[in-house]
Design a protein around this ligand. Structure first.
Ligand SMILES: [Ca+2]
Ligand SMILES: [Ca+2]
Length: 152
């Protein structure tokens, strides 16, 4: 019994020591965008994050529009934890905004999207995948929104 207990403890330690931040998409609103209307072409993606060593602040949120590799938005992440907290685990949620989503035709899907399991996109829809990169340039596994419709 004692031996099993130690093994479980080690496995848990390996996971939580990973310095790369993880992200989970909670919601994306609205679920339909109108690329021709400046008031209706902005999407808000709510994500939850966790970072074992606390240096996600001043990193980057990469948001991949799965219609094409060039459709990437890089949002700077503000400082999250005070300097004396960096080094300790942090977690929380944040809103990411992608403004003025255009009417691009779906081309070759970025590898980030296909690696995360995004299926083929129709002509009037897209998916956004979020990857968080911390201040030490550790990129964690990403997560993606459901499909978002694009009004013609
Ligand atoms: Ca980190
Ligand atoms: Ca807009």
């Amino acid at each position: 019994m004692r031996r099993i207990y130690v093994l479980i403890l080690l496995a848990g330690g390996c996971t939580s020591d990973d310095p790369a931040p993880t992200v989970t998409v909670v919601s994306a609103t609205p679920d339909e965008l109108t690329p021709d209307d400046d008031a209706l072409d902005d999407v808000r993606i709510l994500v939850e994050y966790a970072d074992a060593d606390g240096d996600l602040g001043e990193g980057i949120a990469e948001i991949h529009d799965c219609r094409g590799a060039e459709l990437i938005t890089m949002l700077p992440i503000p400082a999250i934890a005070p300097a004396d907290i960096v080094g300790d685990p942090i977690s929380g949620s944040m809103d990411l905004y992608v403004n003025d989503v255009g009417a691009a035709t779906a081309a070759t899907m970025p590898a980030t999207c296909s690696d995360l399991g995004v299926g083929a996109l129709g002509a009037s829809e897209t998916v956004f995948c979020v990857v968080l990169v911390d201040a030490a340039m550790h990129a964690g596994p990403g997560d993606c929104t459901p499909k978002i419709s694009l009004a013609p």
